[in-house]
Design a protein around this ligand. Sequence first.
Ligand SMILES: [Zn+2]
Length: 287
Amino acid sequence: MPRQTQTKRNAMPKKKNKLMNSIVFLFLELVILIVIGTQVFKILTKKSNVEIAAELEIPSWIDVQLIDEGNPSRSGALLEGINDIVVHYVGNPRTTAQQNRDFYNQEDSDVCSHFVVGIDGEIIMCVPLTEKSASSNDRNRDTISIEVCHPDITGEFTDASYESLIKLVNWLRSSFNLSTDHVIRHYEVTGKECPMYFVRNPEKWDQFKEDLKAAEEGKPISYKFSGEGSEEESDELSMDDADDFTADNVDYATDEYQNDDLVYAIDDYNNYNYDEYPVEAPDEVYY
Ligand SMILES: [Zn+2]
């Protein structure tokens, strides 16, 4: 009898332990299931960047002037994704954002970008963020494009356009959750010297990436343009003797504008050889 009692006494805690183990095991299984389930739910319900773009409210500091649908430069084709932001320069010194936007809107134009940033920092939106633009070659399918105006043929931006570019790129980056690694030059797509100043001065492009991060953190942007172009080009490309040359005075804004060949209208105003600095728009196949 005493022996039997002893056995019974030992059996009770063992059963209890087993039960406790089972409960703990079940609980852990449940936690793992919840974690996995949440992740799967997140993946299944996660919006693509194009879906986000469709619902995105365009801030008031962007002047929305969509180009006409059916125009060759606005095919209306939807983006396959939004993976990178491509920065360009317009290649037409002293042209305004409005002039470039209107150029894209011509019936026979087959080039356009989502945004044009002007010399004075104005930003015009030309194509909806859900649609493909026509400026970044085979990356038109999954990128947002930004053309930036510039005062001279070095392609150097102004402080105003640079600051607007940073504001615009950071808004796009935060909207589509893109790191600065996803901000690229047209040069990365095709090897084209675009945006020229940032291809010829790669350290300034690195600085631009740093300034994007600084602005995101609310810190001041350290970089200011010298207004002299890249160092080795500044003497040769100085536009000092064309002081009264303003975009408003350029013939292409009126009569010669219809020629498409913007760069030669500008060339009439000085003796620089623009052949070396091909204009962004007419020279390339963008599709
Ligand atoms: Zn370009």
